[in-house]
Design a protein around this ligand. Structure first.
Ligand code: FRU
Length: 515
């Protein structure tokens, strides 16, 4: 594929840009969307992502690649997959997952083949999706399988499945067999569904097993299914789209969450409870799950949403990921908390305060920043109603508010550059408790807030001026009583020293990186 690169920004121009994250994964240039292939292989965490390296907009998909020793510091590696084969002409290498077998790392992904207008007129389809494999011995260089595609349209020809939308395989091993769930929909496009495939060998042949689960009122297409055993429960992670937003049940026509239940490996049927959100913010989609060596289930989501303004595109990049989050199931409810490894980014002495009572808008010395973390316990029973403004200045602020009846509000109306395509205020009802715990991660163009030990999470992109760094505590109805406050400035998670070896690798492929 030959692409013209016009007005390309160098890596350091991108990463010095005003909204480029300090500690979240983002592409070194160009575009990213879904997380892909998150895994632990040969002593390192690998994380891939949907990537278009030639412009800060979606285009034929490549797989970008970063690695980490600890889930806190990441380093860019060369692009792992690019669209070269006949079965991936058009959309390219769509989302998928990773698995280790016999010392090799396998990526299972979707080849998205677009029809030309003539073909479309002749055969009546715009695109077809195939499932493919690529493998690597070193976790860096990948070779596509000669057997590709390993799952084809003919494999579902007589099933109640659209051959146009069948993608995003998540592969795992269970009792010596390999299983993959695929996101799909019915041929009439009215119901999203999950397909289960099985294989004895992973690499040669795959067999359709069942339509594991199907939407009743949960959208017309289920994207990016992921599957994990979490605290003894089978958890299906999914990103439904084409949701009906009229009755206000869903925040948007695309959301991401989980179904908790039990997969019957014999029948392939997944029985489950109601849909639960993984994140109730504006920007969270297509999360991917992995098992850490010590048995935790960790997810990272794309911290953006389709068809919404991404102002960073002006600076040569677009899209970023959330922090890694550990999942648990507690009393049937999904809980997500930031992984403990993120504490490694706390490079400076913390500021801690205890039992502070204020009766007017207050800032605390040193508690401010564009890349920082705030851990708070607030006496919600006493404080009744209050707000916390972050990335604030005289002209803009991102505001989180709470009142003791349990309404938590996230307002980015005046956060900076206006974000079109989605509402700017989100209000959620949480279980009111006497103490409200907030764990907030602030980065150059994002805020993630974990409420009451991960019972709720909200993630949002924002586009403030770099100088808007204040954190303001605002009592709205009398006193605000802060039981404890911890504040940490955070280090570069993708530190600049790594750029040197990164550009060396990448300049071979991308001469424009020579600057
Ligand atoms: C989800 C998604 C996936 C697809 C990928 C393409 O965001 O639509 O279903 O594989 O993006 O980039």
């Amino acid at each position: 594929m030959s692409e013209q690169i016009e007005d390309y920004k160098t890596f350091s121009q991108v990463t010095d840009a005003r909204w480029y994250p300090r500690y979240h994964i983002a592409p070194p240039f160009g575009w990213c969307n879904d997380p892909n292939g998150m895994c632990f292989y040969k002593g390192q965490y690998h994380f891939f992502y949907q990537h278009y390296p030639y412009a800060p907009q979606w285009g034929p998909m490549h797989w970008g690649h970063v690695v980490s020793d600890d889930l806190a510091y990441w380093k860019h590696l060369p692009i792992a997959l690019k669209p070269e084969e006949p079965y991936e002409q058009g959309g390219g290498c769509f989302s998928g997952s990773a698995i280790e077998k016999d010392g090799k790392l396998y990526l299972m992904y979707t080849g998205h083949l677009s029809a030309t207008p003539e073909e479309e007129a002749a055969v009546g389809y715009a695109h077809i999706e195939f499932q493919c494999l690529a493998s690597s011995e070193d976790g860096v260089h990948f070779t596509k399988s000669e057997k590709n595609p390993v799952i084809e349209d003919v494999d579902v020809a007589d099933k109640d499945v659209s051959i146009h939308d069948i993608r995003d395989p998540k592969v795992w091993e269970h009792n010596g067999k390999y299983y993959a769930v695929l996101g799909s929909r019915t041929p009439d496009m009215t119901h999203g569904q999950i397909l289960l495939f099985e294989s004895k060998d992973l690499v040669k042949s795959w067999r359709f097993k069942a339509i594991s689960a199907r939407s009743e009122d949960l959208g017309g297409m289920w994207e990016c299914p992921n599957f994990a055993d979490i605290d003894g429960q089978d958890v299906l992670i999914l990103s439904p789209m084409d949701l009906n937003t009229e009755d206000g049940k869903f925040y948007g026509d695309k959301v991401a969450g989980v179904l908790i239940g039990k997969l019957n490996y014999r029948s392939g049927i997944f029985s489950h409870g109601d849909f639960q959100y993984l994140d109730k913010g504006f920007d969270f989609y297509a999360p991917q799950v992995m098992q850490t060596p010590d048995g935790r289930s960790v997810i990272i989501g794309w911290m953006d949403m389709w068809n919404v303004d991404m102002h960073e595109a002006k600076d040569g990049w677009a899209g970023q990921m959330t922090v890694p989050r550990e999942l648990h199931v507690k009393d049937g409810k999904i809980i997500s908390t930031p992984v403990k490894e993120l504490e490694k980014l706390r490079k400076w002495k913390p500021i801690t305060l205890k039992d502070v009572v204020i009766d007017e808008a207050t800032t605390f010395e040193g508690v401010a920043g564009e890349a920082c973390e705030l851990v708070l316990t607030i006496d919600a029973a006493e404080s009744k109603k209050f707000s916390i403004a972050v990335r604030a200045s005289d002209i803009e602020q991102t505001v989180m508010s709470y009142n003791s009846s349990g309404i938590f509000k996230f307002d980015r109306t005046n956060a900076g550059e206006v974000i079109n395509g989605i509402a700017s205020v989100r209000e959620i009802q949480i279980e009111p408790q006497d103490k409200l715990k907030l764990h907030i991660f602030i980065d150059r163009s994002s805020v993630e807030v974990f409420i009451n030990d991960g019972a709720e999470v909200l993630s949002a992109r924002i586009y403030p001026k770099r100088t808007s760094q204040k954190i303001i505590f605002i009592p709205e109805n009398g006193l605000l009583e802060i039981d404890s406050l911890e504040f940490y400035k955070l280090d570069f998670g993708i530190p600049h020293p790594h750029i040197k070896d990164t550009t060396e690798d990448l300049t071979e492929k991308f001469p424009f990186l020579k600057g």
